[in-house]
Design a binder for this molecule. Structure first.
Ligand code: ATP
Ligand code: MG
Length: 442
């Protein structure tokens, strides 16, 4: 089961040969035991950083965090983090230990790690070192704190988000005591930097169990995402909606492709509903203007979480447009393709699918068929190179200036007019035809 890459073997052997203990540790051991390929390998060793540096003299070494005991060895292009067995000192800020102390005992190093499934080490000589029942928890699909959960979340509250993230990504449950402690200590997340929270949140959202985690740990998410408050139990009073806003949102997340753009869009697409709710005389609920309000609230969220601009811009556009009706006709589809660009257009269809799948399927099944039709039409338009933007138009500004249309507003209007005519199939997208059509209308 444990077939290690040659670079890892090299590092472990070198350390052993120099008289030190060395193991692979943490996420890589967990992943190998689950039968998955680890994304990277971390090594833990009894050698202190200066000793590790001496062992790898002549190799490429980066002093990643000497104070915390970490040296990175780059072997054949692969970075390997080698960290000295370590006991973390006191934590006073729910974030980082005030000091770290090196130790000669592997189990002391394992004890500082967050969850039992992440607190195992392995070496060829010793096999798996599992002092906290990690293998058992792995088998049962459980995230459990190493030691007293309250104590561990108080030390570093990011572990709260890590627990949720691992549960979502691995499809695990959080063990009961650990769960209770997470709920109890959730406000400690206010002490954690947004960057660290955002990284975990995005991974959580992209996990296969995101829906269950959102529903079960909504209270925790509210702490870091005040914009999603008020969704739980919110009856939409509308026959299209058989779920409250929270269940609808969680289902939409689950139905969306597992990438940050889609999952963030799904999480936030209806956050403006609680602010726009209106019940008409027949007792039917409406949310007029909610996409704009969701968009505004999502701007605040994404900015606070420091989500990169490209992701943010796409998410905000998708939220704003998620409820926009699109007719399944060529001219209508071309108009939207022009406005959004094909990439965003196809993403929008995926958002709409996920959204409709999380409603009353009796009613939305027809909508879903229409979305498929729209997609077919859009693909046809693009594959056959049909014109849907000014840059596809067989005529440009200069052509119109040459026939005497003055540059400026009038020119822009004439081009838009011609594009509209081409998209509505009133005239062929061909230069002479367009000039003729324009002069006929002037
Ligand atoms: P991933 O698959 O995301 O890399 P991982 O478990 O390897 O998961 P890392 O953040 O790479 O996570 O951390 C490596 C190891 O360091 C963890 O497995 C765990 O043992 C330990 N660790 C990381 N963060 C913490 C933390 N906040 N508190 C305690 N231990 C931690
Ligand atoms: Mg890792």
């Amino acid at each position: 089961m444990f077939i290690l890459p040659p670079q890892v073997e090299f590092a472990l052997n070198k350390l052993n040969f120099a008289g030190y203990e060395a193991y692979i540790v943490g996420g890589c051991v967990r992943d190998i035991l689950r039968g998955e390929a680890p994304s990277d390998y971390d090594i833990t060793t009894s050698a202190e950083p200066e000793q590790t540096k001496a062992v790898f003299k002549g190799e490429r070494i980066i002093e990643t965090g000497l104070k915390h005991g970490t040296v990175t060895l780059i072997k054949d292009g692969t970075p390997l983090e080698i960290t000295t067995y370590r006991i973390d000192g006191d934590y006073t800020d729910n974030r980082r230990p005030n000091s770290v102390k090196f130790t000669k005992t592997l189990t002391e190093d394992l004890a500082r790690r967050d969850f039992t499934i992440n607190a195992m080490a392995y070496s060829k000589k010793t096999g798996v070192v599992d002092a906290f029942g990690g293998q058992e928890d792995l088998k049962n699909g459980l995230i459990r704190s190493v030691g007293d959960a309250d104590h561990r979340f108080n030390e570093d509250a990011l572990r709260i988000m890590r627990a949720l993230r691992f549960a979502s990504v691995l499809g695990f449950k959080i063990e009961n005591e650990t769960k209770k402690s997470i709920i109890k200590n959730r406000n400690l997340l206010n002490n954690i930097s947004v960057e660290r929270i955002a990284t975990e949140l995005v991974k959580l959202l992209c996990g296969k169990n995101a829906k269950d985690i959102i529903l079960e740990y909504y209270k925790v998410l509210e702490v870091i995402l005040p914009e999603i408050k008020g969704m739980q139990g919110f009856d939409q009073k509308n026959r299209w909606h058989i779920y409250d806003i929270l269940n609808h949102t969680a289902l939409t997340v689950q139905n969306s492709p597992a990438t940050p753009v889609f999952r963030l869009t799904a999480l936030l697409h209806d956050c403006g509903k609680v602010d726009t709710f209106f019940v008409d005389d027949n007792g039917v609920g409406h949310f007029y203007g909610h996409p704009e309000v969701s968009n505004k609230k999502a701007q605040t969220t994404l900015k606070r979480l420091k989500i990169d601009n490209a992701t943010s811009d796409t998410v905000l556009t998708l939220i704003k447009c998620h409820d926009m009706p699109i007719e399944p006709t060529k001219p209508a589809v071309k108009k939207v393709l022009n406005r959004l660009s094909p990439d965003i257009f196809f993403k929008l269809l995926d958002v709409k699918r996920a959204d409709n799948l999380a409603q009353n399927l009796e009613l939305t099944k027809d909508v879903l068929v229409t979305i498929d039709n729209i997609e077919k039409i859009a693909k046809e338009i693009i594959n056959s190179g049909e014109c849907f933007s000014l840059k596809d138009l067989a005529i440009g500004g200069n052509d119109l200036i040459n026939v005497g249309i003055p540059a400026g507003k009038e020119l822009g209007k004439a081009l838009d007019f011609l594009l509209d005519a081409v998209m509505n199939e009133k005239v062929e997208n061909e230069k002479q035809a367009l000039l003729g059509y324009l002069s006929g209308k002037m």
